[in-house]
Write a protein that binds this ligand. Structure first.
Ligand code: NAD
Length: 367
């Protein structure tokens, strides 16, 4: 297994491998970049076909977290971890305690949170062995709100304010009344988003592979149910991919006519080149990792014992970040996704240069 030569290796600061004989833990932590702060990112449990597949995933996902946190304006770097195993059959308290001990050895440079295959209960076992864990809070605040580690409501709210920013930029209106939105996938985030949009008078069209989730959106939000084949090509103002990755792919790129694409799904662009195709088609694309950052913002604020109001105010800033990206993309004639990456790199590597300067000054002062 090559690490430094792996296609997804991007100058990662630290890649650590752990094995615990007693519990059977096999895990990898990748810390991509800590120039803005300690790295935070979810732990994913999956029965990877090979160690190479696990390494590829953790390298790619940790880099994505650096970019997401940088654009969210969080004092955090990018990290991620993977446990090689089947979440249906291979879980045990001992396995997650061993994972906690592994994270503890990284002395706070990596803060572990929830991702696919991992529950809050699993994280609570992790937390028995390390304090460097986020998303296990379950206290009640002064307003009787659960300070939950569940990121979905904050993600949905961030996507909602992001859609408003995109609609304002594209249609020059702050009013969502009558705006037609097609939501693909009305699960945790998609349904919460539907409720926000419905409350502001948007007309909703929804699809989901789970008929119960479609019914819920139809009943609660007066949405129109459409098939999964139709949703991308619908004649609407906003297309909101909220299911799995790859919604913008070789099949859909030519049928999407919505002037705005803005949804919560990760990795919406099946191929990076589609960002430029969308620009040429005059479709405004809200980069996925910018608009869906509400969850990581919320998890950070809850972990650092800040208030709900502070967290919500930060989530609302997603609208300003998107506006900055849209304006700069127009001015420079670049795809919004490209501009988002440039801003993230300015923050990440600008910060690196800055810290080097500060270190140099300190050395000078001391010397
Ligand atoms: P979820 O599993 O609760 O919801 C996904 C929904 O999509 C489900 O209702 C599922 O039935 C449906 N679905 C699956 N395949 C589909 C298809 N081909 N067509 C239509 N519907 C389909 O997940 P979620 O937490 O709501 O997350 C949704 C997306 O947002 C994921 O891509 C996730 O990675 C991303 N995301 C989530 C969060 C969060 O806070 N939960 C944060 C950032 C990004």
């Amino acid at each position: 297994m090559a690490v430094f030569e792996a296609p997804d290796f991007d100058g990662h600061e630290h890649v650590a491998f752990a094995h615990d004989k007693e519990s059977g833990l096999k895990a990898i932590v990748a810390i991509h970049n800590t120039h803005l702060g300690p790295s935070l990112g979810g732990c994913r449990m999956f029965p990877y076909a090979s160690d190479d597949d696990a390494l590829r995933d953790v390298l790619r996902l940790s880099r994505g977290m650096s970019y997401k946190s940088a654009l969210a304006g969080l004092p955090l770097g990018g990290g991620k971890s993977v446990i090689i195993g089947n979440p249906q059959t291979d879980k045990s308290p001992q396995l997650f305690q061993a994972m906690g001990a592994f994270v503890e050895k990284l002395v706070g440079q990596y803060i572990v949170a929830q991702d696919a295959g991992i529950s809050v209960e699993d994280l609570q076992h992790v937390a028995q062995k390390t304090q460097h864990v986020a998303g296990v809070e379950n206290a009640i605040d002064d307003h009787q709100r659960v300070r939950s580690g569940d990121p979905s409501p904050a993600t949905a709210y961030g996507v909602f304010v992001g859609i408003k920013a995109a609609v304002k930029h594209r249609f020059n209106t702050e009013n969502l009344n009558g705006i037609r939105v097609a939501i693909q996938g009305v699960g945790n985030v998609g349904f919460a988003l539907a409720k926000h949009l419905h409350a502001e008078g948007a007309k909703l069209f929804v699809s989901d592979v789970n008929p119960a989730n479609v019914k819920r959106a139809v009943d609660v939000c007066d949405a129109v149910a459409v098939s999964n084949d139709e949703i991308a090509g619908l004649d609407v103002d906003v297309y909101a991919p909220c299911a799995l990755g790859g919604a913008i792919n070789a099949n859909t790129i030519n049928i999407i006519t919505a002037p705005v694409i803005a949804g919560c799904a990760n990795n919406q662009l099946d191929e990076k080149i589609f960002a430029e195709t969308l620009r040429q088609k005059n479709i405004l694309y809200a980069p996925d990792y910018v608009i869906n950052a509400g969850g990581v913002i919320h998890v950070h604020y809850m972990r650092t014992k800040r208030t709900w109001e502070e967290s919500t105010a930060h989530v609302e800033n997603i609208a300003h970040t998107l506006e900055e990206i849209f304006v700069r993309a127009d001015k420079e004639g670049k795809a919004t996704d490209t501009v988002a990456n440039i801003i993230a790199e300015e923050r990440l590597y600008g910060a690196a240069v800055l810290s080097a300067d500060v270190v140099a000054q300190r050395v000078n002062v001391g010397g």
